[in-house]
Design a protein around this ligand. Structure first.
Ligand code: BDR
Ligand code: CA
Length: 304
């Protein structure tokens, strides 16, 4: 898989899980939770932590296609990954042209999956430049959208950040696997689970627990009924490495780009009518969250 991310606390855990259970062909970064220089620095840090410093890392788009860039310090802190102190990253980026890295890597590894866990800017640009990717890749397992929003009542953050890019990706013809909010809110970093993370690894465990404590604190301060932060982005990786943990339905999904109060909404066609839109997306509906969390802990234990 090629992981396109904006670390981001939950992106960090997605990278750790992928480094244990998947073959990472490369990591690309995009502006989202924080500006591009910070999401890229955070990716460098996490690749060190999971012993994947040799994995190719390329930075990409520093802003959405059309929308103004807006970040999420209110959730992730100013660094994009507040809550722990890390050593400076050991490795530089390998390049600053994520779009062409995605294209070249996907073409030379037929059947690869793209796994975006941030705004879809890099992915949309890659598909625009190289529409042949649609038939070269196995598909796109993304975290985004859902049956309700978080940034607005109808729009989830990753899709809301760059709705034009998201619309192009859902309409591309690629097979989409969607980890939306109605799924990711089923796997929360509760206090008990944060302790499992702390105890999973002598050095890395306490730092990762610190990340989850910060992430959960911001989530709890903004919601009236959350036990902790949802580990959104891990789901997009686990959907491929542990598909048996998920229930799903096949649906047509489109992204609203014009709505005054629905811009960035993923419109899931749940109608029972025969004339409903042809399915373009495997919408993940349920997750065995205890088993998924065990996989996360196993991945942390495998860190060097
Ligand atoms: C998504 O937005 C970011 O805050 C998270 O990293 C995740 O990708 C959830 O809406
Ligand atoms: Ca993310």
């Amino acid at each position: 898989m090629i992981i396109d991310c904006d670390p981001g606390h939950d992106d960090a855990f997605a990278l750790i899980v992928a480094s244990k259970f998947a073959e990472i062909l490369g990591v690309t970064t995009v502006a989202g939770n924080a500006p591009l220089d910070l999401t890229t620095k955070n990716a460098r840090i996490i690749l060190d932590i999971c012993g994947a410093a040799g994995v190719q890392l390329h930075s990409g788009a520093n802003r959405p296609l059309v929308a103004e860039p807006i970040h999420a310090a209110y959730i992730h802190g100013e660094s994009g990954m507040d809550g722990a102190t890390f050593s400076p990253p050991s490795r530089p980026v390998d390049g600053t042209d994520a779009v062409h890295f995605i294209i070249d890597t996907a073409r030379s590894n037929p059947g690869a999956w793209l796994v975006p866990t941030g705004p879809l800017t890099n992915i949309a640009l890659a598909l625009r430049v190289a529409p042949d990717l649609v038939s070269t890749i196995s598909g796109i397992s993304l975290m985004g959208g859902g049956r309700f929003g978080n940034r607005t009542a109808s729009a989830e953050f990753n899709i809301w950040c760059d709705p034009e890019a998201a619309s192009a990706v859902f309409d591309s013809g690629a097979k989409i696997v969607m980890s939306g909010l109605h799924l990711t809110h089923q796997i929360m970093a509760t206090s008990a689970r944060i302790e499992m993370v702390r105890n999973a690894h002598a050095t890395v465990g306490p730092k990762l627990a610190g990340l989850l404590e910060f992430f959960s604190k911001t989530y709890k301060s903004l919601h009236d009924d959350f036990e902790g932060a949802p580990l959104h982005d891990v789901c997009a990786v686990l959907a491929l490495t542990h598909p048996q943990l998920f229930g799903a339905s096949e649906r047509h999904v489109a992204v609203e780009i014009d709505g005054a109060i629905t811009r960035g909404m993923t419109v899931i066609d749940d109608r029972h009518v025969i004339a409903r839109g042809k399915a373009n997306t495997r919408v993940l509906e349920t997750i065995d969250s205890d088993a998924a969390f065990s996989a996360i802990v196993e991945a942390i234990k495998a860190c060097p």
